[in-house]
Design a protein around this ligand. Structure first.
Ligand code: GDP
Ligand code: IMO
Ligand code: MG
Length: 425
């Protein structure tokens, strides 16, 4: 069976945990979009892993890991991650493959990201400053892009970098009055990256198709979430890749028709990092309660996450766009003790009620949530292992969301650990 796990909100839904659990029955785990802007947390016992580029399957020593062509690879982060795993006695040698066609994030991308955000001032997007927008921008622009395969011919890369750095310096100087960057320094780093990452380069499209042909189980791991999708999210407050399930095929060369199940991950509430509309946001005590109890601080940047009620209009939209078959709802434990709970079941925009997520961000800015109110719970759920043992109000909450979204919720989370996920029979 081939499964694909994606976020249905604005990221950080708990994808890392779900992927780690499902990886137990997978031969290969594949990342297909985003870059080191992602932060996927896996907690096993007392040990916590925060992965940015390495697929969450890496923690299981027998699982093969692939970084697909759709990923923006920051070699500095990736080599650091390989070293970090090695320190924990986890080796990826011989079981890790990076697409030759994946684009490379270099220092000037991160610099450009930062300069652009600073120049925007209050209008900034609130990016992670991981160079994601500038790297994908170069990919689309083609003429000044570096791909992983370029590490194979260092003489050619040296010449290419001269041209790129010359171009970037003109922009940095003209637009931002910034210090020039040095092509030789960047090239020196690239020779190290080539040395470290060269052995992992592969034609990953071929590898995946041959593996599928041999009956292997593949797990596709999305980064970010559908509402951050470049085309289908809340543009311009999005990331620069297709973070919905729709990005999976283009991001690794495997058609969606070969995926048996698309699993959408949500939290039992909603969070968002960075700027942009968030209709169900609770910038008040409720939001603070969720932030404290759910430890809602970014895995990548440490920023406090904006928190709010579960937005079923948004999640239903993401599920529909992504062809989601089942939902995993994390963090039910976090809602304990909050009193009555609210679920946004429709928006009112300019006096008209709608249950379809608007495609124009200006419309979304005006959306007021229409809530369904339901009983909360005070019980600690963290040790419960059977769905039937959950308090009735928890099961009713899950049923309410299921009813609005019209997709079955097959997994629920009651804590951060690998063991704290309940599969519904
Ligand atoms: P991802 O980006 O989707 O992989 O999610 P992150 O790792 O950025 O953020 C999710 C956070 O929630 C992490 O700290 C997880 O350890 C934690 N987490 C995941 N599932 C649960 C859950 O069911 N309950 C609680 N309390 N924490 C969870
Ligand atoms: P995971 O995979 C949450 C957000 C940033 C910002 C916007 C654009 O852990 O769910 P970018 O650096 O991509 O140009 O920033 O997207 N963002 C995320 N928010 N989780 C993520 O990844 C995110 N990756 C990017 O906060 O609002
Ligand atoms: Mg995250």
């Amino acid at each position: 069976m081939n499964y694909c796990v994606v976020g249905l909100q604005w990221g950080d839904e708990g994808k890392g945990k779900v992927v780690d659990i499902l990886a137990a029955d997978s031969d290969i785990v594949v990342r297909f979009n985003g870059g080191a802007n992602a932060g996927h947390t896996v907690v096993i016992g007392d040990e916590r892993f925060a992965l940015h580029l390495m697929p969450s399957g890496a923690i299981r020593a027998e699982t093969r890991c692939v970084i697909g062509n759709g990923v923006a690879v920051d070699p500095e982060v990736l080599t650091g991650e390989i070293d970090g795993l090695a320190e924990k006695n986890i080796s990826v040698d011989g079981r890790f493959f990076i697409s030759e066609n994946a684009h490379v994030v270099l220092d000037y991308h991160k610099q450009e990201d930062r300069l652009r955000e600073e120049a925007l001032g209050k209008a900034k997007l609130g990016t992670t400053i991981r160079g994601i927008g500038p790297c994908y921008g170069d990919k689309v622009g083609r003429s000044y892009a570096v791909r992983m395969a370029d590490f194979r011919d260092l003489d050619a890369l040296k010449q290419k970098l001269k041209k790129i750095v010359d171009y970037k310096n003109k922009i940095f100087s003209a637009l931002y009055d910034a210090e020039p960057i040095n092509a030789d320094q960047i090239f020196a780093k690239c020779t190290e990256y080539a040395d470290r990452l060269g052995p992992f380069l592969a034609n990953t499209t071929r590898l995946l198709h041959e593996s599928i042909g041999a009956g292997k189980n593949i797990l596709f791991e999305g980064a970010q979430g559908a509402l951050l999708d470049l085309d289908h999210g809340t543009f311009p407050f999005v990331t620069s890749s297709n973070a919905s399930a729709l990005g999976m095929a283009a991001g690794c060369g495997v058609p969606a028709a070969l995926v048996n199940k698309f699993i959408g991950v949500v939290k039992a509430y909603t969070t968002r990092v960075g700027a942009g509309p968030f209709p169900s946001e609770q910038d008040n005590q409720t939001g603070q309660y969720i932030r404290d109890k759910g430890n809602e601080y970014g895995t990548t940047t440490g920023r406090p996450r904006r928190c709010g009620w579960f937005d079923a209009v948004a999640a239903a939209y993401s599920a529909r766009v992504g062809g989601i078959n089942e939902i995993a709802m994390m963090h039910l434990d976090t809602l304990a003790g909050l009193g009555e709970l609210k679920v946004c079941r429709a928006y009112r925009i300019d006096g008209t009620e709608t249950t379809f997520f608007p495609s124009d961000v200006a419309q979304l800015q005006k959306a007021e949530c229409i809530y369904e109110t339901t009983a909360g719970w005070d019980q600690d759920l963290s040790d419960i292992t059977d769905f039937g043992q959950l308090p009735k109000s928890v099961r009713d909450y899950v049923a309410l969301v299921e009813d609005i979204i019209n997709v079955p919720i097959s997994i629920v989370g009651v804590g951060p650990k690998r063991s704290q996920a309940i599969f519904r029979k």
